[in-house]
Design a protein around this ligand. Sequence first.
Ligand code: AMP
Length: 118
Amino acid sequence: MPEETIFSKIIRREIPSEIVYQDDLVTAFRDINPQAPTHILIVPNKLIPTVNDVTPEDEPMLGRLFTVAGRIARQEGIAEGGYRLLVNCNRDAGQEVYHLHMHILGGRRLGPMLARQS
Ligand code: AMP
């Protein structure tokens, strides 16, 4: 079994977090260190560490991530202006929390997709 992260405690509401949506498959909550006016994470309720651990049986949950992302974007008023959905996988992408999550970022011009190398 993979090791639980803080996100499992948020999903079970054992630690405080600003949950904006929850259903049988996914939970969405505000990022504690927002990088944009709207910065929300959507996570599967089931612990899946990275995209590399996704299997075909996870496909209903993966589809839900997108329908919930669109719903939250509308709720947050960023759907028309636009937003970015981002999933980091492992070290080179800078993944910090090993519980699969989709970032929803919006509310300002987000700039180029990748930071320039210095
Ligand atoms: P990543 O680099 O894709 O793994 O992103 C992890 C994200 O989780 C970062 O944006 C963190 O700010 C966020 N984060 C870490 N701990 C918490 C927490 N307790 N509540 C909300 N967001 C968190």
